[in-house]
Write a protein that binds this ligand. Sequence first.
Ligand code: SF4
Ligand code: SF4
Length: 371
Amino acid sequence: MLITDHSTTIDACRFCFMCRHVCTAGIISGKESDTPRGKGLILFKISKGHTDYGPELVDTLYRCCQCGLCETWCKADCHPPAAVLAARADVVAQGKEPAAVRQIKDHLLQTGNPFGLPPERRFQEMDTSNLFRPQAEIVYYVGCDTAYQQPQIARAFLKILNAAQADFTLLSGEHSTGKPLSLLGYHDEARAMAERLVAEVRKAKPRLLVTTCPSAFDAFKTDYPAWGLDFSGIEVLHATQYLDRLIEQEVVVPRRQSAAIATFLDGTYLGRTHGIYDEPRRILGRIANLAVREMVWSRELAYSCGEPGGVLPLLHPELSRGMAERVLDEASKTGADTLVTSCPATMTALQGVKRPGLAVRDLVEVVADAL
Ligand code: SF4
Ligand code: SF4
């Protein structure tokens, strides 16, 4: 069992209440079993053979949104999200994953996206003339959430790439990074999908791989190296880092004034995992007349919409909706009229819950508007 590799976390968490008040899933559901302590107790009993992966316990494991707030808060260097992922892999190895999880896996394997939508519809919301070239300096990896659910983010980023006169291409055979598969516990399938994507990217011989999707960014920066997949010689950036560089070098200049009051939502992968906090704030600070206000819970303690891998809304829409409500409540307290994110899955979650007077925009849309 893979959870035995996480016995330090499991042993500590089952006795500890110290992060239960920051656990995103536990706060929304009010269930003790959703907190890190609850999961510690469950996994301890399973690791000792006192119980097994029954349907209710398995369901609890898939309710963790992998936001990482618990481990950020922890003073004992424990890692509940990693223990949960190990448990999901054990569940999959025993063939006990829920039907909804298996369906997402089947969609990914059959169509290359978690929604089961036809691959030929991936770029249909974009003007694809001149977007696909055999080789280019930059590969823009769009990602499933952006392509199928938030294509306006891709259109905005393409506008910026064109304004920068960048030598770029999209991948005509683009498919998921495999991140959702690994989050659901399908490690072999995830790695096989990742290998295919690395080969697609390498064919274009780029010096830079850039994406508007934080989950894809984390797959490229964390998962692929851990799996021994070779991106050497190719720099990997999230769009936020790339934009920060373009604006710093005055390759693109956001000249148009904005009348908005914005607040920025840090995310799990860009923020807590990779520490990209200053770049989005520098970018917003360069847009004339745009006032920026901070939420009380921001940077490493920012609230989560349950965005990692984009799978929570497909498995537990009620939890996802509760998380989005909480983020919008927090953003509203700043008096901002625009909540800025840098994640397509977050955008989808937030769009499911409206707040009058509070628009939600991706950072690349805000910059594209200002060009
Ligand atoms: S992650 Fe740390 S703070 Fe949270 S329950 Fe475990 S030991 Fe306690
Ligand atoms: S990763 Fe988030 S949802 Fe999962 S146990 Fe930690 S705080 Fe709770």
